[in-house]
Design a protein around this ligand. Structure first.
Ligand SMILES: N[C@@H](CCC(=O)N[C@@H](CS)C(=O)NCC(=O)O)C(=O)O
Length: 315
């Protein structure tokens, strides 16, 4: 198997979700640190437009979004599983809630002035302004929640999580599952990156104990790698054969069409290419980049919009 290359940066909560899953599955990985804000020319050479964090690369295969990355890791290393029976459906559903509702409540709380001051404490003077402008541009019409409103929601979510952890060591059982990784990363940001605000966690000691158990999983074995090295890996590799290419057509867009895929919210930069697969859960686009060569870029279907670019109209 080709090496796993994670494109990420230390402060990214969604990257922390993947770093921990890699540690949990004991999969060694290479770390390419990407910028926190656009432009990200080296990342985009691989993705063709998608700029969010993190992105997983295996040779000339580029996987966008942590929901898809979790599935890829599970396929590569099924044990220990992220989706233990009998509550796979519940685990995925709660993980999706955590990656959206819980994440945004937590981040609206974390990004209040005190939190931002800590994040940018040692950064160059205009870094906070550049970050704020970048995230505003990514917003794509999402409602902005004030920290005061987010705080109340966040506290309720923490109490609910604490209630779940009263009776078991992990959210859905005796071992972690995808829900634990998804619920952990926004709280990790509060506790570790905006620790001046971490008092919000003190009212729920069971949550703190669970966070200690999650942190103890660690990031596994990581090696530093550079963006040019990662691009060279893609250029030298051939994309892997698709392990599932069963076509599920919801759009009337034929395989082989020129298409674009983009997130439905927050970070709407599209990736364009030839539609190679649209399975029950994933899209795959083939595209060729000057530096990275021919790559397959993969997206989950949930949360992403597919559009034809040059639909041939019937005569
Ligand atoms: N649904 C995406 C969300 C990823 C996401 O929003 N990541 C944040 C960082 S934690 C991001 O991309 N921020 C802007 C950036 O890094 O450019 C996933 O699961 O990967």
């Amino acid at each position: 198997m080709s090496e796993l290359i994670l494109h990420h940066y230390p402060n990214s909560p969604f990257a922390e979700k993947v770093r921990l899953m890699l540690g949990y599955k004991n999969l060694p990985w290479k770390s390419v640190v990407i910028p926190m804000v656009s432009p990200k020319p080296d990342l985009v050479a691989l993705t063709g437009g998608y700029r969010k964090t993190p992105v997983l690369q295996i040779g000339a295969d580029i996987y966008c979004d942590t929901a898809l990355i979790a599935d890829v890791l599970e396929h590569l290393q099924p044990w220990p599983t992220l989706y233990p029976e009998p509550c796979k459906g519940m685990a995925r559903t709660l993980a999706q809630w955590a990656d959206s509702t819980l994440f945004w409540a937590s981040m609206a709380f974390n990004m209040q002035p005190k939190g931002l001051a800590q994040i940018f404490d040692h950064a160059p003077p205009d870094a906070a302004r550049v970050f704020a402008e970048d995230r505003k541009a990514m917003n794509g019409g999402m409602a902005r929640v004030r920290a005061e409103d987010a705080a109340a929601a966040y506290k309720s979510y923490l109490r609910r999580l604490s209630d779940m952890l009263d009776v078991r060591p992990f959210v859905l059982g005796d071992v972690p599952c995808i829900t634990d990784f998804a619920m952990y990363h926004p709280l990790w940001f509060t506790r570790v990156r905006t620790s001046v605000l971490a008092d919000i966690l003190s009212a729920t000691p069971a949550v703190l104990d669970w966070m200690d158990r999650m942190a103890a999983i660690g990031h596994g074995s990581m090696e530093k790698f550079s963006a040019p090295e990662a691009i060279a890996v893609a250029a030298a590799a051939t994309p892997l054969p698709l392990h599932d290419d069963t076509f599920q057509d919801e759009h009337g867009i034929a395989l082989g069409s020129r298409v674009q895929v983009r997130a439905e919210s927050f970070g709407l930069e599209p990736t364009e290419g030839e539609l190679l697969a649209a399975t029950r859960m994933h899209y795959t686009l083939r595209r060729t980049d000057e530096r990275a060569g021919t790559v397959h870029v993969h997206f989950p279907r949930i949360g992403y919009a597919l559009k034809a670019l040059d639909t041939v109209k019937p005569a």
